[in-house]
Design a protein around this ligand. Structure first.
Ligand code: EPZ
Length: 418
């Protein structure tokens, strides 16, 4: 078990480059098998979750070449149609392989993705969409067998704009016969990145980023090279860390349009933000004003920023209200935060945050990826030594977080566990 040791109290100053988006890279890596050929991906973040995806690709029969952020996937030899149970348990988002394996094999076998630290995270919407595409689904002893003669395009309305269900439905429809129309689709930018990738392969997908996505099935897809979009949640994380510690930081290789709700909320809290084409500079006022946030599907305030933004608000002047509308259990980091002197009470989906003058250093443990990032923010703010355990959660989704923070003047090191 690894830990971060942070000597808090330093302001963050300077500039860093933001890495490629985890949540764009994962579906695009799953989609890479659809051309049964060569896929070259650039700007892939070197994190635990992308390592798991590469492991699954190899188990499915692909050959992988990797150097730094460039990955070459040769899926000519793909033959397996089963997603390994162990890896499914380790990373529930490997369910994203279901759509693309169905697309090429017309069958897929997967185990129920375990719930995770932020909620049950069922896949009923994924399976309902597959059924509408003509897929027969049998569930027995924890496994799900999906099979069909051919995938036939259809009109599908999602009960909820689920990101994963939208992505899986697109992936299953790309090589289908006929046209699939997805209504009430999720509109996240990562879905637009997936559409751009697929169309570069020769697919015919349109409407991603809106509530209605249309996929015209094609027969064959070709080799492709693609550059993954920047990570908007990593960007938001560094913006909040700078706001909380009181410095001035410039973030390069970002897409500001992906962060509109976060930018406006940070300005509302008293920070000055300079937004340019591919960079954002934040000048923290350090005197943070309280505000209220409600997480919503894109383009609303992203649930992945809830814990990080809320932790910045623990030292705001006044009381803030946070409502988490997407996941049912995304406040597990709060008890750890209160051990550092924060004053947060939870009522169901609502967290009430009474601003305090300062946070105190402590020994805390990560409960999930974004909750862990929130504890790092708290450790950067609290003067003195904070130890954050179970940082494997954080290493799943942030590339070289400690290196980037040291480059900005933070005093943070990784302690290898026993
Ligand atoms: C994606 O998860 C992201 N993960 C999550 O980021 C992100 O929080 C989430 O979208 C929402 O934006 C990746 O892209 C790899 P959903 P996903 O399907 O697809 C319910 C991070 O920190 N639901 O939009 O799993 C579900 O339980 C991660 O980077 C069903 O009920 O999210 C949840 O309450 C965390 N049935 C809500 O919808 C289904 O079949 C949103 O889930 C599917 C989802």
């Amino acid at each position: 078990m690894k830990s971060y040791i942070i000597e808090g109290g330093n302001k963050l100053n300077g500039e860093i480059n933001i890495s490629g988006s985890k949540n764009a890279a994962l579906p695009i890596m799953a989609a890479s098998i659809l051309n049964k050929g060569i896929t070259k991906l650039y700007n892939v973040p070197d994190i635990h979750d992308t390592k798991i995806m590469l492991e699954i690709l190899q188990i499915l029969g692909c050959k992988i070449k990797k150097n730094s952020d460039k990955i070459i996937i040769d899926s000519k030899g793909i033959k397996q149609f089963e997603i390994p149970e162990q890896l499914m348990r380790e990373m529930r988002s490997s369910v994203i392989f279901a759509g693309s394996i169905l697309g090429i094999h017309k069958r897929v076998k997967l185990s129920y993705p375990g719930g995770c630290d932020i909620g049950a995270r069922p896949i009923d919407l994924h399976l309902k969409a597959f059924k509408k595409l003509g897929v027969k689904i049998d569930e027995e002893s924890g496994y799900i067998n999906c099979e069909c003669e051919k995938i036939v395009g259809n009109d599908i309305t999602l009960d909820f704009p689920s990101v994963g269900a939208t992505e899986n439905t697109i992936l299953a429809s790309v090589l289908a016969e006929g046209v699939t129309i997805i209504q009430n689709a999720a509109m996240e930018p990562e879905i637009v990145d997936l559409q751009n990738f697929l169309n570069k392969m020769g697919a015919k997908v349109s409407g991603a980023g809106s509530k209605t996505v249309v996929i015209q099935g094609v027969k064959k897809l070709k080799d492709v090279s693609y550059n993954i979009m920047p990570d908007r949640i990593e960007t938001g994380t560094f913006l909040c860390m700078t706001a909380a510690t009181g410095g001035t930081v410039k973030l390069n290789s970002v897409v500001p349009e992906h962060l509109i709700p976060i930018i406006s909320k940070l300005e509302e809290c008293g920070n000055e933000l300079i937004v340019e084409k591919n960079s954002i500079t934040i000048k923290s006022s350090r005197k943070i004003k309280a505000t209220d946030i409600k997480t919503m599907p894109y383009p609303g305030f992203p649930t992945d920023m809830q814990s990080i933004f809320a932790t910045m608000l623990t030292i705001a002047k006044g009381t803030s209200i946070v409502i988490e509308n997407i996941f049912e259990n995304r406040y597990k980091y709060i008890p750890e935060l209160n051990r550092m002197g924060a004053k947060v009470t939870i009522e169901g989906r609502t967290a009430v945050i009474k601003g305090v003058k300062k946070l105190n250093p402590a020994i805390v443990k990560c409960t999930d990826l974004r909750g862990g990032a929130a504890l790092v923010l708290a450790g950067l703010v609290a003067k003195g030594k904070t130890e954050i355990n179970n940082i494997e959660y954080i290493l799943r989704g942030y590339e070289k977080l400690d290196v980037k923070l040291r480059n900005l003047g933070a005093n943070i090191i990784i302690k290898e566990g026993e």
